[in-house]
Design a protein around this ligand. Structure first.
Ligand code: MLC
Ligand code: AMP
Length: 508
């Protein structure tokens, strides 16, 4: 057994070394990758990075498509003690410039199509190494590491050694780097694998993107930690999920996955005959979805709650009551409190601010010590920005957010970031971006815009096209609503609650 908080990779290795030829990944083409193969490819990458002089703690920024080799790249970073910095493939040049400048990686890995863009960013930021990796497993990273040996001794890491840097935006519109240590990841992976009773008999249907906590740490973590196989889909696709579910035992997804499955006439109880559990998170699962799913399949979707800064905090149980509308009790080792604005603990069922403490909670914001201090209490609780209540069985319900954030299809959009882009467009006087109910995405991004008096010619289409150039597609408003003025309170603050209420039926 590896030391409790050594390197996360040692824990994966420990499980798979019992049966290294077992398929770790099964692609929908039928191709399989056993753990030995994943280990060999990732060892070559790790050896190559060391040969280049990359040191433990250096960042590797990665914007590539999901593939078995992209998983190997993550494993290579763990092995060599490098800080894995994944980027959504949808990010635009504007967004990437910030991330590269802020993360200051030693190596960038991208797709061939973006090579020139990253080369330019590398030059600006004095980064020596840019490689490519395509989803078919080809690219300069593979070619140039080909001569390296396929064995690599995993680096010993201290418990707070940073394994990954993931960014989340904020109310100011400026993204913050979240530093996650090997200890954070190991503790949560171990807890979840045990709590959700993963075994090496499980086959996890993996359709999530791997640039976020959900697909990367929760899904991959549980599978590799327990020696389970993963049925590996490049992205979520209803037909492919239905085709593969009969040979799988676990699915993890955002609520949109479940509403889309329910909407398919091909999805039935029979499709789910081999399934052990369906897990949902990253956004609120409607009680209606829970009940409809149970009625159709007999399965109660297990909802859990987490965030990038904390990994997973609470979860409904495998055995025992799963309460719809709640995210379950705190996970073993995680402490939660609901407090008022003066940080006094509230009673059962009272709504307040949710604070979390435990080994799962991140090490701090990258290069932002003041922000880190601001977001923690003196006794080490992290202020999540979520509004919650706890019932008399200890089950937590997330009832809202104090942070101005929209969750669209499980992806977070910070209104300020979109407003800054819209306000910069000629002809726009001001804008307010809100989330409104959307059947498919949970919430959808809507911009309420006031034009300059002189710019009658500006249209919704022009604004959307301009926003698409600057922002990843999921942040671009699905609808623009022009108004004469934004509602404001006596302090001149835009009343977003009024806007949300006025426009709540936009998509119905
Ligand atoms: C894609 N688009 C979205 C979108 N995803 N728009 C709004 N919200 C989204 N989530 C846009 C694209 O820009 C594109 O726009 C169009 O929709 C079609 O793109 P697509 O890629 O074909 O979309 P689709 O495959 O339908 O993707 C939807 C989705 C996907 C819901 C399947 O977004 C997804 O897999 N979401 C999961 C996100 C996730 O893993 N979250 C975990 C975060 S971790 P156009 O204009 O170009 O047509 C976290 C912590 C925790 O929150 O607790 O887990
Ligand atoms: P992220 O910044 O992507 O890590 O998103 C984390 C946020 O997603 C949390 O702070 C919550 O607001 C939200 N979230 C995650 N899981 C759930 C859930 N099961 N129910 C409600 N909100 C959730």
């Amino acid at each position: 057994m590896p030391k409790e908080f050594s390197n996360l990779f040692d824990h994966f290795d420990h499980s798979f070394s019992k049966n290294p030829s077992k398929p770790a990944l099964i692609l929908d083409t039928g191709k399989e990758y056993n753990f030995t193969l994943l280990n060999h490819i990732s060892s070559k990458f790790a050896s190559f990075f060391c040969e280049l002089g990359v040191k433990p703690g250096d960042r590797i920024s990665i914007q590539i498509d999901k593939s078995p080799e992209s998983l190997c790249l993550y494993l290579a970073c763990l092995k060599a003690g490098l800080t894995y910095h994944p980027l959504n493939p949808d990010y635009t040049e504007n967004e990437l410039s910030f991330f590269i400048e802020n993360a200051k990686p030693t190596v960038i890995v991208c797709i061939e199509k973006k090579f020139n863009l990253f080369k330019k960013l590398a030059q600006i930021n004095e980064i020596d190494h840019v490689f490519t990796l395509e989803k078919d497993g080809s690219g300069t990273l593979v070619d140039e590491s080909d001569h390296c040996v396929h064995e690599f001794k995993t680096i010993e890491t201290s418990s707070n050694h940073i394994a990954a840097l993931l960014y989340s935006s904020g109310t100011t519109g400026r993204p913050k780097g979240i530093m996650l240590s090997h200890k954070n990841l190991i503790s949560n992976t171990k807890t979840l694998s045990e709590y959700w009773e993963f075994t090496n008999e499980d086959v996890l249907l993996h359709a999530l993107p791997i640039f976020h906590v959900h697909g990367l740490f929760v899904a991959i973590g549980c599978a590799l930690y327990s020696g389970a196989s993963m049925c590996w889909l490049e992205k979520f696709n209803v037909e492919k999920i239905i085709a593969n579910l009969p040979s799988c035992s676990v699915l993890m997804g955002v609520p949109t996955y479940y509403t889309r499955l329910l909407a398919s006439p091909e999805f039935s109880e029979k499709t789910c005959a081999n399934m052990r559990v369906f897990i949902s998170g990253s956004a609120p699962l409607l009680e209606e979805t829970f009940h409809d799913f149970k009625q159709l399949t007999g399965h109660e979707i297990l909802e859990r709650y987490g965030m990038t800064e904390t990994n997973m905090n609470t979860s409904n149980p495998i055995s025992g009551q799963r309460k719809p509308g709640t995210v379950g009790p705190p996970l073993p080792g995680v402490e939660v409190r609901v407090v008022d604005d003066n940080e006094n603990d509230l009673s059962i069922n009272e709504i307040g601010n949710l604070f979390v403490r435990g080994p799962n909670v991140f090490e701090g914001y990258w290069k932002m010590p003041e922000k880190t201090e601001e977001d923690f209490t003196r006794d080490g609780y992290f202020k999540t920005g979520d509004k919650a209540k706890i019932d008399d069985d200890g089950y937590v319900s997330i009832v809202g957010r104090s942070k101005d954030m929209i969750i669209s299809g499980g992806l977070n959009v910070y209104p300020k970031e979109v407003e800054l882009i819209l306000d910069d467009i000629e002809g726009v006087y001001e804008s307010a971006v809100i989330g409104v109910p959307h059947q498919d995405l949970g919430e959808a991004v809507v911009a309420v815009v006031v034009k300059n008096e002189t710019s009658a010619e500006i249209t919704a289409q022009i604004l959307i096209e301009k926003a698409k150039k600057e922002l990843a597609g999921y942040k671009v408003p699905k609808q623009i609503i022009f108004v004469d003025a934004l509602p404001r309170n006596t302090m001149s603050k835009v009343q977003k609650n009024v806007l949300r209420d006025t426009h709540k039926l936009t998509f119905t």
